[in-house]
Design a protein around this ligand. Structure first.
Ligand code: NDP
Length: 486
């Protein structure tokens, strides 16, 4: 027999098809609290859309460690060959709204959560190893250029190229975005990167800088501009459909998990700033070390609860994994958790997808909207243990754990807003251009020309001067492609 239909207070509903009215023709009675509850809740079905990464897909899975990292870290999920950890991974596009097409040329979010024995560890990365900026103070301006013009409410190539032309640090990521990897065929057929430099630290108090790379085992597959344009019309949700169906069919997508590791002191001598998010660490300097495999094998039961309300944040770190001086990471350590508090509320970490699954949260934070939701994995909330709401105390409350203290990090320097134009913004964009085949270079130049041709001559000239510095052949290819459109 079907379950009984009830109101929110659990009372059985006798008639859910006809509102309570005075006579057969109405009006409707204000006392119809069942109708009011239904409409009032419907009005509140949405929470604020993410400003970026609004359109997304997510799934659960498993991370299996195949190489013990005890020499580098005390992090539980990176110790003990064969150890398995539950994971959640949310993919997304960046610039579009929650109803936008999956086949846009746009970076893809690759936001991974490990549910570890010492808390949730999130790596909130992209499918690109670098980013457009190296300082979070520019982020709101940059995103404004990717979204709709405030007057016309249209996407705005002039704003986009104007900003990039004034911020040459973006050139490397612009090259990735405009390359054949700029429109992945699906979320399964692309790599993921932690992008930032993070740190690992071990029992001896030694620190290592680390970058995370997730290489697709499905193989890289991309869409051409023409294929993407068609798909946007035929099936704007193709990546969501592909991910969901492959997991339902038991065809579980996998990524090999790799790290690059740099001992702490080497950062001082290294020829580039290893904390600059617009740069990679060349593989010949720091080869990839394979440490495990990531598999997605379980679809969420409820998209809104588990994907829309998934609240990942780079500040979700665990003992043995830390931040780095990367300025963009520092900004994100604040901004992501702040965005989740705004979107979902102060107790977003009590929701089932966000609460620690493999460990237990115990703290003295109390109250706030929706307190007490409870983590189904522990049957309790972090604030439910007794009446004590302060620490330290002598009432048996949770105690700090000195053995997990992060080793001290040397930081020195005069406080100032440092001019970043001293950095080399061109070499690695050029390196990427030079490793492409002639066909890939041609497609890259044509893709750039398609929108660069629409902007003012002044912005075009400024951009071509940047491409010239990355590689003269890069600028020449774009100039020719623009000329061909005239
Ligand atoms: P390598 O020759 O050792 O590696 C080249 C890398 O480029 C590979 O990881 C490859 O990924 C990736 N790649 C190939 N085509 C594209 C593309 N269209 N968009 C993005 N990545 C692509 O070179 P280096 O380590 O010396 O780096 C050279 C350049 O390669 C860098 O300037 C950077 O642009 C790019 N790159 C470097 C990475 C790094 O961490 N060192 C990571 C990704 C890109 P795959 O192996 O999956 O084919």
């Amino acid at each position: 027999m079907n379950q009984r239909l009830t109101t929110q207070n659990g009372a059985p509903i006798a008639d859910d098809q006809n509102s309570l009215s005075a006579g057969a023709r109405g009006g409707v009675m204000l006392q119809d609290w069942q109708l009011i509850e239904k409409l009032a809740h419907f009005n509140r079905e949405r929470i604020p859309e993410r400003v970026v990464h609004a359109k997304g897909s997510g799934a659960y899975g498993t991370f299996t460690l195949t190489r013990d990292l005890s020499e580098y870290t005390i992090a539980d999920h990176f110790r003990g060959e064969g150890k398995q950890s539950e994971v959640f991974l949310r993919f997304s596009t960046v610039g579009g709204e929650s109803g936008s097409a999956d086949a846009e040329r746009d970076p893809r979010g690759f936001a991974l959560r490990f549910y570890t024995a010492n808390g949730n560890h999130d790596i909130v990365g992209n499918n690109t190893p670098v980013f457009f900026l190296r300082d979070g103070i520019k982020f709101p301006d940059f995103i404004h250029t990717q979204k709709r013009n405030p007057k016309t409410n249209l996407k705005d190539p002039q704003a986009m190229w104007d900003f990039w032309s004034l911020n040459p640090e973006a050139l490397h990521q612009v090259t990735v975005l405009m390359s054949d990897r700029g429109i992945p065929a699906s979320y399964r057929h692309m790599n993921g990167y932690g992008s930032h430099t993070f740190s690992l630290w071990n029992e001896k108090g030694e620190r290592f800088w680390v970058k995370f790379h997730f290489k697709t085992l499905q193989g890289i597959k991309n869409l051409s501009n023409e294929q993407a344009d068609r798909l946007k019309g035929i099936d704007p949700d193709h990546a969501q459909r592909d991910l969901y169906a492959s997991i339902e069919d038991g065809d579980f997508p996998k990524w090999s998990v790799n790290v690059q590791i740099m001992p702490e002191a080497e950062a001082e001598q290294y020829h580039l700033n290893p904390f600059d998010l617009t740069k990679v660490w060349p593989h010949k300097d720091y080869p990839l070390i394979e440490i495990g495999v990531l598999e997605l094998n379980r679809n969420p039961e409820n998209y809104f609860n588990e994907v829309e309300q998934a609240a990942l944040a780079p500040s979700n770190l665990v003992p043995g994994v830390g931040a780095s001086p990367d300025k963009m990471l520092q900004a994100r350590l604040f901004a992501y958790a702040d965005a989740q508090r705004y979107r979902i509320g102060a107790n977003y970490n009590q929701l089932p997808v966000n609460c620690p699954h493999a460990s237990q949260a115990n703290h003295y934070q109390r109250g706030g909207a929706m307190a007490g939701a409870g983590c189904p994995f522990h049957g309790r909330t972090p604030d439910s243990a007794g009446g004590v709401n302060y620490g330290p105390n002598t009432q048996g409350g949770p105690e700090q754990q000195a053995q997990y203290a992060e080793p001290p990090m040397d930081i020195a320097g005069a406080m100032a807003r440092y001019d970043k134009t001293v950095e080399d913004d061109y070499s690695q964009a050029g390196d990427l251009f030079r490793l492409m085949s002639a066909d890939q270079q041609q497609a890259l130049c044509e893709t750039i020309a398609a929108t660069l041709s629409q902007v003012t001559p002044e912005v075009q000239a400024r951009m071509l001067a940047h491409f010239e510095q990355a590689d003269p052949a890069y600028a020449a290819g774009i100039s020719q492609a623009i000329a061909a459109l005239r």
